[in-house]
Design a protein around this ligand. Sequence first.
Ligand code: PBG
Ligand code: ZN
Length: 326
Amino acid sequence: MFKRFRRVRINEKLRDLLTQTKLSTDDFIYPLFIKDGTKYKREIESMPGVFQMSIDEILKECETLKKLGLYSIILFGIPDAKDSVGSDALCEHGIIAKAIKAIKQAHPDMFVTTDLCFCEYTDHGHCGILDPVNETVNNDATLKILADQAVIHAKSGVDMIAPSGMMDGMITTLRKALDKAGFVNLPIMSYSTKFASAYYGPFRDVAESSPSFGDRRSYQMNPANRDEAINESIEDEKEGADILMVKPALAYLDIIRDIANITRLPLAVYNVSGEYAMLKAAHKANLIDYDKVMMETLLGFKRAGADIIITYHAKEAAKILNESKL
Ligand code: PBG
Ligand code: ZN
């Protein structure tokens, strides 16, 4: 006797009935990069299909996204002027504040999340205020300005904030600051388990956020550590995060599953720039069936335990999903 597993694979309709994981346009958050100016739209060489855009172009892009059934975006602001404390991020008229207001005004039906960090805004490219003594990011000084940044985003009308700087105590600090300012219903999606990853390379081109010296290993996590990865997310849950995240996604599917098993909070994954760039390069070199590999990859994230997938593939995937529904 042996088990005939193929019995349930033999018929297409039966295969459909038994499919456990399905992707949908509702799973995706699409990242957008915003620059000052007008009619500005520049493609990033390492990330074909990904652009830096001025606010007017972003408003048009939202139109396109909605037609595809995509209503969720995450914004990254890229200011023209940077300084040691990231002042543009702390100003009501800064690039991100302007963008949130413009998008929510033109597209109130879009769900707008903002990445909350300082690396795009500081001239040194690190994720917070530097400590002059040991030349790394000063945790507690950064918490203070992160709180200010969060309140500015909230007042501008953002729907959710996503702190990505991996500072300790970040979620407690932000929850307190938002509540005190009256934003008790503003959700926090924490980049709770974020690794110091070489997969962020292309992002730093598009976000103009490479550290001018050193790296981020004193605040982002060591890719080798599984226990610490779980502890980081559980701590953010305790501190009051509403949604947790694992980032990057592809090389960390085990961590995604571990955290999904241990929390009952929703879990996001960030399918990062380097992962996107690899598929694009393989496609360009004619090495893979791009659409199929992309969909299989995204499905893998969801099967591993992701409720939300932040991905540069969102538009391409939405097109495929929409066509297959017809
Ligand atoms: C900012 C931030 C980064 C990414 C998202 N938010 C870069 C970094 O930490 O260096 C990476 C996203 C990607 O690679 O697509 N802290
Ligand atoms: Zn950062």
